[in-house]
Design a protein around this ligand. Structure first.
Ligand SMILES: *Cc1c(COP(=O)(O)O)cnc(C)c1O
Length: 396
């Protein structure tokens, strides 16, 4: 018997059957002309999802972490100043990478559950009259806490401060699931990966560079080889790669972006928003709270749920895996044991979300929390039945 539940981890996400099939290809010569029919539509699809019409977009055979490294090494010099906020595990890991590369990071610490403090960043940028800071980093969606930070707000603060650092965005768990506008938001470098909103396995790091970031790469002296956008540009000019690409994944990406654009990005975002709202309704019905401290910070791709004092939130994750064959995310770093996470991004329907909510509810009840069965499910059902799938089908 096959016991396959959807996963509710915030990446890798569930893979639609058509995308799995697109990835399953016989070996092809990646230097043959046929590869162009995979590479170019995949690149074009990604640019549409990023809403990027300027600069360059590159896709590395790597996980998102490789995208971070490509962002830094192509644009910065050893000792350059970087400004970043540490509000969760992913923000922390990018900061750690900056430090390992010998960058001079100004870290703004806030409590995990809060967003990037835009006003504080503006102050720091104003005070940097010598232009020591070369890059400002923002984690658009902090996957450890389920917190969204304000990318356009940060762009505005940088402009108001008259600072010309590069704006680098980690959009790994937001791009393709939540509003993101590379051009309109004045983003200089955007990093994402294949295994979250793009509904693929891990293995493609997607990075958009603005013209300004490309210009910075002409003089940037951090060492790079595998991550060189110059080498990649030369490869792309010949419909090829500087090394062996992940052909099957790229074919999956071609299919994934077409699916997303066929659904319509606005509809994809609306679906994520509705599913997230149902999950949060369940959380509140359980008498619990999201880790994100205020509603404007709530993520539409992942909800980190605070459990009561003295209760180990990781027990929910362990029990769900053991007893119900379902995967939720554990708490990471500062919030380990204090939260568990429901990932709700990628290929997900209202009905799938209900199965995750119902299972989380069973686990918490099994572990002795005072959670009456059905309460969270009913709260989510109220969200989904009005303006949910039924309304959509009726309209068609
Ligand atoms: C998943 C994720 C990453 C990248 O992680 P990889 O495991 O290297 O793909 C980076 N940032 C955020 C916010 C993420 O959610």
């Amino acid at each position: 018997m096959s016991l396959q539940n959807p996963v509710f981890i915030p990446g890798p996400t569930n893979i639609p059957e058509v995308i799995r099939k697109a990835c399953d290809m016989p070996t092809m010569d990646h230097r043959s002309p046929a590869f162009a029919d995979i590479l170019n539509p995949a690149l074009e699809g990604v640019r549409q999802v990023l809403r990027q019409s300027r600069g360059e977009t590159v896709i590395f055979p790597a996980s998102g972490t490789g995208g971070w490294e490509a962002a830094l090494t192509n644009t910065l010099n050893p000792g350059d100043g970087v400004l970043a906020c540490r509000n969760g595990m992913f923000a922390q890991k990018w900061i750690d990478m900056c430090q390992r590369f010998g960058l001079d990071v100004t870290v703004v610490d806030v409590a995990w559950g809060e967003g990037l403090p835009v006003a504080r960043f503006e102050e720091i940028l104003r005070a940097d009259t010598e232009g020591r800071i070369k890059a400002v980093l923002i984690t658009h969606n902090e996957t450890a806490t389920g917190v969204v930070s304000d990318v356009p707000g940060l762009r505005k603060a940088m402009d108001v401060a008259g600072h010309d650092a590069l704006l680098m965005v980690d959009g790994v768990s937001s791009i393709g699931s939540m509003e993101f506008r590379f051009d309109d938001w004045g983003v200089d470098v955007a990093v994402t990966g294949s295994q979250k909103g793009f509904m693929l396995a891990s293995g493609l790091a997607i990075v958009g560079f603005s013209e300004k970031a490309v210009a910075a790469s002409k003089t940037a002296t951090l060492p790079r080889c595998f991550w060189s956008i110059d080498d990649m540009r030369a490869g792309y000019a010949a419909n090829s790669y500087p090394y062996t690409p992940s052909v099957g994944l790229l074919n999956g990406l071609k299919t994934a972006t077409r699916m997303m654009l066929d659904e319509g990005l606005e509809n994809v975002f609306a679906r994520h928003a509705r599913i997230a709202e149902g999950v949060r309704a369940a959380v509140f019905a359980w008498g619990l709270t999201p880790c994100a401290v205020s509603p404007e910070l709530y993520s539409n791709t992942v909800t980190a749920i605070r459990t009561p004092e003295g209760f180990n939130a990781s027990d929910v994750v362990a029990l769900a895996a053991r007893t119900y064959g379902m995967a939720f995310g554990t708490g990471l770093g500062d919030v380990a044991g204090k939260v568990f996470r429901i990932g709700h991004l990628g290929m997900l329907t209202d009905a799938m979300a209900l199965s995750g909510i119902a299972t989380a509810e069973m686990c918490m009840a099994d572990l002795g929390l005072d959670i009456p069965l059905g309460r969270g499910v009913a709260a989510a059902q109220e969200v989904y039945r009005h303006g949910g799938a039924a309304a959509r089908i009726a309209a068609e």
